[in-house]
Design a binder for this molecule. Structure first.
Ligand code: UDP
Ligand code: MN
Length: 340
């Protein structure tokens, strides 16, 4: 009897073990393929995600390439901007190397590229033409001439001089004027305008000057310590003087950006150029005295000199404190192999 009971217990135990084992093995048999499916699914999902990312990357690369090609093709359209029936604008830009030069010239070129029939005369203040300016000009697709003329060292500011008191860009502007005398026909219809690399220009200013017969004038914003400097205009629409505070008695108290000269008039006065001897602020007067006999002759532009289409902006010097630190510590500079 006792044996029978023990036998029953053993049988029951065996049954239980068998059941548990069966359940367990069933479970593992069922779970195992499920686990495999899940990881396979996850793997597949990851592959899909990677694929999607790759495709998105390809699409965005193609979009950038498309935009670049569009830009290139719009440059071909620049040729259609060559319209021989309208007078040509010769824009003269002196430029010198500093950290912000490429940024300035890029900004300026993107304005000038929009002006029909404009020839850009860029004069580098450098012993020889630099790669940076050469490549930048070639990339614009514009009509341009690239010159250089280095300002003598004795003219440059001394190490601790905060701002250069001597007139800037004089030699370069004269080099451009000489180039015009030597290379542009005196019979051509056109105008000459001095375009500094750091000023800001509205496209309107170029259309104001295009048909000048002599010398035209207009207001310049943010110059001479004022919001705007401009010619004083009388009821007859003639210039009678200058609305400036700084040195108002200059014969032409006007910034370089505030006038343009007809090309034929320029050619008719072979001595018309800037002078190194002029006092500060007298460069414009020095040049204009060759072309204008009296204020009465000036052509008043920009809606009777009531509109500002050009600003004498100045770019802050780049903060390169960390770059200087790198150099002091003999560490590699940040722009190795990359033109900024
Ligand atoms: N410039 C130059 N060499 C220099 C300094 C200036 O060719 O050593 C150029 C400069 O790039 C700019 C023009 O001359 O196109 C006028 O200089 P800047 O803007 O410094 O003078 P600002 O009229 O603002 O005082
Ligand atoms: Mn400037």
């Amino acid at each position: 009897m006792k044996n029978k009971k023990a036998l029953c217990y053993v049988a029951l135990l065996a049954l239980m073990v068998w059941c548990i084992k069966g359940f367990w093995s069933n479970n593992t048999v069922k779970v195992k393929p499920l686990e495999l499916d899940q990881s396979q699914q996850e793997f597949q999902q990851q592959v899909n995600r990677d694929d999607l990312l790759r495709k998105e990357h390809e699409i965005s690369t193609l979009k950038v390439e498309m935009a670049r090609l569009k830009m290139e093709s719009s440059k071909c359209g620049l040729e259609s901007k060559f319209s021989p029936e309208i007078p040509k604008i010769y824009a003269i830009t002196p430029t010198h190397y500093r950290a912000v030069q490429k940024a300035e010239l890029t900004r300026l070129s993107h304005t000038l590229m929009l002006v029909p029939n404009l020839h850009w005369v860029v004069v580098e203040d450098a012993e020889s033409k630099t790669d940076l300016v050469t490549k930048l000009l070639a990339k614009t697709g514009m009509s341009y001439s690239h010159l250089n003329a280095a300002t003598p060292k004795s003219w440059k500011p001394k190490a601790k001089e905060p701002r250069w008191v001597k007139p800037r860009g004089v030699l370069q502007r004269n080099t451009a004027l000489q180039w015009l005398r030597d290379n542009v026909s005196p019979n051509e219809d056109g105008v000459i305008y001095f375009v500094d690399d750091d000023n800001s220009y509205s496209l309107e200013v170029f259309e104001e000057m295009r048909y000048l017969k002599g010398v035209g004038v207009w207001p310049v914003g943010l110059v001479g310590g004022l919001m705007v400097e401009r010619p004083k205009i009388n009821a007859e629409g003639k210039v009678t003087g200058w609305l400036t505070v700084w040195s108002p008695n200059r014969p032409f108290a006007i910034d370089m950006a505030g006038f343009a000269i007809n090309l034929k008039l320029f050619h008719s006065k072979p001595n018309g150029k800037f002078s190194f001897e002029s006092e500060k602020g007298y460069q414009e007067s020095e040049l204009l005295k060759h072309f204008v006999g009296s204020l009465n002759e000036l052509e008043v532009k920009a809606d009777n000199c009531t509109k500002v289409f050009v600003w004498h902006t100045r770019t802050e010097q780049a903060n390169l404190a960390q770059e200087i630190k790198l150099r002091k510590e003999n560490k590699p500079r940040s722009d190795i192999g990359i033109e900024v």
